[in-house]
Design a protein around this ligand. Structure first.
Ligand SMILES: Cc1cc2nc3c(=O)[nH]c(=O)nc-3n(C[C@H](O)[C@H](O)[C@H](O)COP(=O)(O)OP(=O)(O)OC[C@H]3O[C@@H](n4cnc5c(N)ncnc54)[C@H](O)[C@@H]3O)c2cc1C
Length: 334
C-alpha cells in the first residue's frame, strides 16, 4: 500500500497546532492556499498503524496571500507574486527590512520577517503603473495565456501590462484599496482592518524616503531594494516585467494601491517518515512491511529533499521521485 494523500496545508487547525516555534504564535488569520483534502487524516491513520509522522512544523508558506473572491472552500487564498517595485510594510505602515523584502530571493525570509511583527499580516504599497507591469498570481486560474499556450496573449501582457488582471483584483478582491493621496490611502487601510494601526505620517515618511532615493539617480541608490531591482533587470526575463526604479507617490502613475497580505499556507515539508526505499518506518526506525509513502504526504520524499528554504517549483520533482522509488522498491521486493 502506498500512501500518497498530500500534505496537511489544507487543515488550518493542524497547521496552527504544528506552527514553527521560531515564528512565535501563529497569525490570528491564515489563508488556505492548498485544498481541504490535504487534511492530515491519512497521516493519523499511518500513525495508528505504528508509522512515524514527524517535522510537521516544517512548512512552505507564502507571505503574500489575498482572499479569493470566488472561494471554493473556507479561507481560500490566492498567492500573489509580490511586485518587486512595491514597498512592503508591516501592519503599522513601517517598511520592513533590511535586507529588503523583495520576492524571488528568499520566500522563507519574507515569512520569517512578517512573523516577527506583533501583528502577522502585511501591506504592499504600489501604484497602478507598477501593478500593471508587475502584479501576478500563482496558479493556472489567473494565467490563462500560459495555461492555454497562447503565446501572443502572454507576450502582449508582458509588453503592454496586465490591465485586466489589475482591474479584476481592484474591483473584486477585498484586500485591495486604492486612493489618490497617502492620507486617503492610510484611512482606507485602517477602515479595512477596522483599526487605527496604520500611521499616515509614518507611511508618508517611508514612501517619500524611498522616492527621494530614486530621485538621486542610480549612482547614489543606497537602498537594498533598488540594488536588487537593478540586479533583477540585468536578466531579460525579469527586465521585461520589472519597472525601472518606479517611484510610489508619482502623480503620473495614480491611483495608489495598498494590498493587505496574509500568510498563506501551501506545502508540507514534513510528514510520514520513510527510508530511502519510500518504506514507512516506525518509531524504532524499522520499515513497516507493505506500507510505503510518497509525495507531499512523505514531506516530498523523506524530509523535504530540497531543504527548508527550497527553491520555487522544486516540490513536484520530489513527489514524482519518491513515487518512482516506492514503485521500484515494490518491484524489487516482489
Ligand atoms: C496551488 C498550488 C500550486 C503549486 N505550485 C507548485 C509549483 O509551481 N511547483 C511545484 O513544484 N509544486 C507546486 N505545488 C506543490 C505540488 O503541486 C504538490 O506538492 C504536489 O502536487 C503534491 O502531490 P501529491 O501527489 O503528493 O499530493 P496531492 O497532489 O495533494 O494529491 C493527494 C490526493 O490524495 C487525495 N486524498 C487525500 N486524502 C484522501 C482520503 N482520505 N481519501 C481519498 N483520497 C484522499 C486528494 O484528494 C488528492 O487527490 C503547488 C501546490 C498548490 C496547492
Amino acid at each position: 500500500m502506498i500512501v500518497a494523500a498530500g500534505g496537511i496545508g489544507g487543515n488550518l487547525d493542524l497547521v496552527r497546532k504544528n506552527w514553527y516555534k521560531p515564528w512565535g504564535e501563529p497569525p490570528e488569520y491564515l489563508l488556505n492556499g492548498s485544498w481541504p483534502e490535504a487534511d492530515g487524516a491519512i497521516h493519523d491513520l499511518v500513525r495508528a498503524l505504528g508509522g512515524r509522522v514527524t517535522h510537521l512544523d516544517k512548512m512552505w508558506n507564502y507571505a503574500a496571500g489575498v482572499h479569493h473572491w470566488r472561494p471554493q472552500h473556507q479561507h481560500h487564498g490566492l498567492s500573489l507574486v509580490p511586485p518587486k517595485s512595491a514597498l512592503w510594510m508591516n501592519y503599522e505602515g513601517r517598511r520592513m527590512g533590511p535586507p529588503a523584502m523583495v520576492t524571488s530571493f528568499d520566500s522563507r525570509y519574507l515569512v520569517d520577517t512578517i512573523c516577527a511583527q506583533k501583528k502577522k499580516y502585511s501591506w504592499q504599497i504600489l501604484n497602478w503603473k507598477i501593478a500593471k507591469k508587475e502584479l501576478a498570481v500563482s496558479g493556472a486560474e489567473f494565467n490563462q495565456a500560459i495555461r492555454d499556450k497562447k503565446i501572443i496573449g502572454f507576450l502582449a501582457s508582458l509588453l503592454f501590462g496586465n490591465t485586466g488582471l489589475v482591474r479584476d483584483f481592484v474591483d473584486n478582491c477585498v484586500d485591495f484599496v486604492t486612493a489618490r493621496s497617502i492620507p486617503e490611502l492610510a484611512e482606507k487601510m485602517n477602515a479595512l482592518t477596522g483599526s487605527n494601526d496604520v500611521d499616515a505620517a509614518l507611511l508618508a515618511g517611508e514612501i517619500s524616503r524611498y522616492d527621494e532615493m530614486i530621485d538621486r539617480g542610480q549612482p547614489f541608490h543606497n537602498d537594498d531594494q533598488l540594488r536588487r531591482i537593478a540586479h533583477a533587470r540585468q536578466y531579460r526575463g525579469d527586465r521585461i516585467r520589472t519597472c525601472k526604479f518606479a517611484k510610489i507617490n508619482d502623480p503620473d502613475s495614480m491611483p495608489l494601491i495598498a494590498i493587505r497580505e496574509f500568510i498563506l499556507v501551501r506545502k508540507s515539508l514534513g510528514g510520514i517518515q520513510t527510508d530511502l526505499q519510500s518504506r514507512v518506518i516506525n518509531e524504532s526506525g524499522e520499515p513497516i512491511p507493505g506500507l510505503f509513502a510518497a509525495g507531499e504526504a512523505a514531506g516530498f520524499g523523506g524530509g523535504g529533499i530540497h531543504g527548508l528554504r527550497s527553491l520555487e517549483g522544486t516540490f513536484l520533482g520530489g513527489c514524482v521521485f519518491s513515487g518512482r522509488v516506492a514503485a521500484q522498491s515494490i518491484i524489487n521486493n516482489k
